[in-house]
Design a protein around this ligand. Structure first.
Ligand code: 9GP
Length: 830
């Protein structure tokens, strides 16, 4: 119509204007948001208001770019990658966005004009902690890289109201409190009420010959699930990414009649039932209700996502046969695997497609990433539970399994035993749906996240599938991290040195250029500045420790850091047992001898799953040991032990740049990759690690002799476990002495800590702490010896920092794009 023609052309003029980037215009737009969005003027503007006012102007700029990016990709019919992840550990966005837009200096001046220091405003932002650990942070790095590398990629996830949990340490114990991160306005998301889909649960399946598949899903409970978009700023390009998170719409579930009758819980019951679906990440699932909630969360997530993907595909007007040419769907671990059954259901039940045509589309579109060999990754759902909540999907999964097993029987003559081992349905009581197997069968590629891990899954948990599908279906994509956040943003001192060496800031999105640092390894002035940057970062962390834990540490000491989820396989327990050994050794020395030792601050941080008894006991144990060591006047500054509470992305940004050494000491074969190991080394920290996960490839890149490696190898683990059970060696004398100290009661009631003694030696030592303890201590001695030789230490630190070009998430994403997604980049301006 005439009206829309006019407004379209006016709009085209409006959006084609560049958003002004000068300080005065920025200040004016901040004033405008302060006045008209927040009803504030400069005299009553508090720090939180200033943060919001500024953040909203950044958001305006990001939205403009998001709109341009979307239009660009639609206009060229670009294939889109849909990264489905139950976790996105985004952290803070403010600083990252200013850097990405290239406007940090301008915003700093604007905040000064408002009477605030930009650094203080940065601290006003709450972390978006929608993830547990490595897997969620990886997803956040990946959306950053998809945007920065100009791929048409979106993340899809859930909008948890309470994120994970806030960890408090009370009397040394972890106590979980809700993380109310949404209490303040969130400038980085915008609600899209117009983008909503119906998601169904329960009900029954009716045979209806009139439909093409012959089935309909009846009497289901329906929820409206709505989108919230979070633009992802990208550095060095005008492309902007997006994370689309889902939450239920609850208002129309309010029952006014019951309310008027005085039945308030009844009136709001359905609202609450819908709302709690996205209260928290991974509700505790040790009881049935928790399990059901988790299954519903997963389905709500995949159903809304798949419907959205289909909706966008239909807008292209292309035939279904081209679906996989326009859509790639990556499953981040098994949690979104129901998406396979959901797409198949929609195609056969709602789009009247034949089973085979639908399955062809499904398997060409999906790919699956495995992130661990531990049993928790191999999610299973009881068949009766799935039948109750998702009756149609259960039927579809049984059919997928039937056709798969028939195919196997035909192609490789198989015994019943073999078929039952690879069946998607486990014949236990009750039967279980093996989600990892469904993910493999329904995907065209399966990848591990570091070379050793990809090799292990092919040889162990998925070996039978390699026989069925051949080896080519199983590939490796080694993880990576975004250097925009993990070097440029978190370590301004180091960034300045790299920029000076490279000659410009191009390294920020072309990190391999940091290899030029190596050319300065013998430059005296450079070496001194390198050391000084580390010292400044350690001072910053020392201040943070004082503020959060009340402990004073000397930043001249060696900072030895282990930060990650608390888990037996990651062996924080071995670390703290090593601390006790160090403490015992120091106690035996004269004061003069003690002062001669390398002074160390040993720093832990990380959360334990709320129901994980041993991990929580390890936290308590670390704090009890810390209490004794830190208050021992004989020891003074020579040894300090710190547990930093509530580890999160923004804490990591302070911790990572400050390490001299960081520990990545999982039992060989158990840590799929690890990504903090990459961050630490990029920031000039050395690593003490086992031959596990990405440590192996880091050693290959930086050189075996730059890294402190110890411990048994992955292929030896089973034999050591067997020996521990049936033919244990005598206990190492140092470990025995450590146990004696624990049993003496210096750290508190020894009975309380006895389970830790029991799970670190003999038959209970599943993670081989006692086996690796002696070599661990030797490696620690080597660290001390090198630290005394400051010049050699600096050399290693520079060489390590400069050789990490491989470990950017840009490289990982390019690997996925080329080897799995078959997708080309395209920049908005190109
Ligand atoms: O434990 C792995 C960790 O090694 C890896 O770096 C990360 C990202 O790939 O995923 C972790 N796995 C999980 O969090 C659960 O599967």
């Amino acid at each position: 119509t005439k009206r829309s023609d006019v407004s379209n052309s006016e709009y085209a003029k409006f959006v084609s204007q560049e958003v002004p980037r000068d300080e005065v215009s920025i200040l004016n737009s901040v004033f405008s948001h302060l006045a008209y969005t927040f009803h504030k003027n400069p005299s009553n503007t508090e720090a939180m208001d200033a943060y919001n006012g500024i953040a909203f102007t950044i958001r305006d700029r990001l939205l403009k770019r998001l709109e341009d990016t979307d239009s660009h990709f639609i206009s060229i019919n670009a294939k889109r990658i849909n990264y489905m992840s139950m976790e996105f550990l985004i952290g803070r966005t403010f600083d990252n966005a200013m850097l990405a837009l290239g406007l940090r200096k301008e915003y700093s001046a604007v905040s000064n004009t408002l009477g605030f220091n930009l650094e203080d405003l940065i601290d006003e932002e709450r972390d978006a902690a929608l993830g547990n650990g490595g897997l969620g942070r990886l997803a956040a790095c990946f959306v950053d890289s998809m945007a920065c590398c100009n791929y048409n990629g979106w993340g899809y996830g859930l909008r948890y109201r309470y994120g994970m949990f806030q960890q408090q340490i009370i009397n040394g114990y972890q106590v979980e409190a809700p993380d109310c991160w949404m209490d303040n306005p969130n400038p980085w998301e915008f609600p899209r009420p117009e983008i909503s889909y119906k998601v169904k649960f329960y009900g029954n399946i009716a045979k209806t010959p009139s439909t093409s598949s012959g089935y309909t899903w009846e009497n289901a409970v329906e929820y409206d699930v709505m989108a919230f978009d979070t633009p992802v700023p990208a550095f060095g390009t005008k492309n902007v990414g997006n994370i689309r998170l889902w939450s239920c719409k609850t208002n129309d579930l309010f029952d006014l009649n019951r309310f008027n009758a005085g039945d308030y819980p009844g009136a709001t019951g359905n609202m609450v039932a819908a709302d709690i679906l996205t209260y928290v990440l991974y509700p505790n699932d040790n009881q049935n209700a928790g399990k059901e909630l988790r299954l519903k969360q997963e389905y709500m997530f995949v159903s809304a996502t798949i419907q959205d993907i289909i909706h966008r595909f239909k807008l292209t007007g292309k035939p279904w046969s081209e679906f996989h040419e326009l859509v790639a769907i990556q499953l981040n671990d098994t949690h979104p695997t129901l998406g396979i059954a959901e797409l198949q259901r929609i195609l056969v039940d709602e789009e009247a497609m034949s089973w085979d045509a639908a399955w062809d589309i499904v398997t060409k579109s999906f790919a699956f990433t495995n992130h661990t060999i531990l049993p928790e990754a191999l999610e299973k759902w009881p068949v009766p539970m799935m039948g109750k909540i998702l009756p149609r999907h259960l039927g579809i999964i049984f059919d997928i399994n039937l056709f798969f097993l028939q195919h196997v029987e035909k192609s490789i003559p198989s015994e019943r035993e073999f078929l039952s081992r690879i069946s998607i349905i486990e014949e236990s009581s009750p039967q279980q749906v093996r989600m990892a197997y469904l993910a493999i069968v329904g995907s065209h590629r399966v990848n591990g996240v570091a070379q050793i891990h990809s090799d292990i899954i092919k040889a162990t948990i998925f070996s039978e599938f390699v026989k069925v599908f051949g080896s080519d279906k199983f590939v490796n994509v080694t993880n990576g991290v975004t250097t925009r956040r993990w070097v440029n943003q978190c370590n301004p001192g180091l960034s300045a040195l790299i920029t000076e060496t490279v000659g410009d800031e191009s390294w920020v999105d072309d990190y391999p250029k940091a290899h030029l640092l190596e050319s300065r390894v013998n430059d005296e002035d450079f070496r001194k500045r390198w050391w000084d940057v580390k010292q400044a970062n350690k001072l910053r962390l020392a201040t943070y420790i004082k503020d959060t834990c009340g402990i004073t540490v000397n930043h001249d000491a060696l900072f030895d850091i282990q930060v990650k989820r608390i888990h037996e396989y990651k062996r924080q327990l071995m670390n703290i047992l090593g601390v006790i050994h160090r403490y015992n050794t120091l106690k035996k020395m004269t004061p003069e001898q003690r002062q001669d030792q390398v002074h160390r601050v040993i720093i832990f941080a990380g959360k334990s799953a709320s129901g994980y008894y041993i991990a929580k006991l390890i936290i308590k144990f670390i704090n009890s040991v810390a209490d004794v060591v830190n208050n021992d006047k004989d020891i003074g500054d020579v040894l300090k032990v710190v547990f930093i509470p509530d580890y999160c992305v923004s804490a990591a940004e302070v911790i990572v740049p400050a390490s001299d050494i960081s520990q990545h000491i999982s039992t060989a074969g158990t840590e799929a990759s690890g990504t903090s190991n990459m961050k630490f080394v990029m920031n000039g920290g050395l690593i003490l690690g086992t031959v596990d996960g990405a440590n192996v490839e880091i050693a290959e890149e930086v050189g075996d002799d730059q890294i402190f490696m110890f411990g048994v190898l992955a292929h030896e683990v089973d034999e050591f476990r067997f020996n521990l059970r049936y033919h244990p060696d005598p206990l190492d004398a140092n470990l025995q002495a450590v146990y004696d100290t624990i049993k003496s009661g210096v750290f508190g009631n020894p009975d309380e800590f006895n389970p830790l003694v029991e799970c670190s030696h003999g038959p209970g030592d599943n993670y081989l702490v006692s086996v690796d303890f002696a070599s661990y201590l030797m490696a620690q001695d080597a660290v001390d010896a090198l630290y005394k030789d400051r010049e050699s230490w600096i050399t290693k630190s520079i060489l390590c920092g400069s050789r990490m070009g491989k470990f950017t998430s840009d490289r990982s994403i390019t690997d996925y794009a080329e080897n799995i997604w078959n997708i080309e980049p395209s920049a908005v301006d190109a």
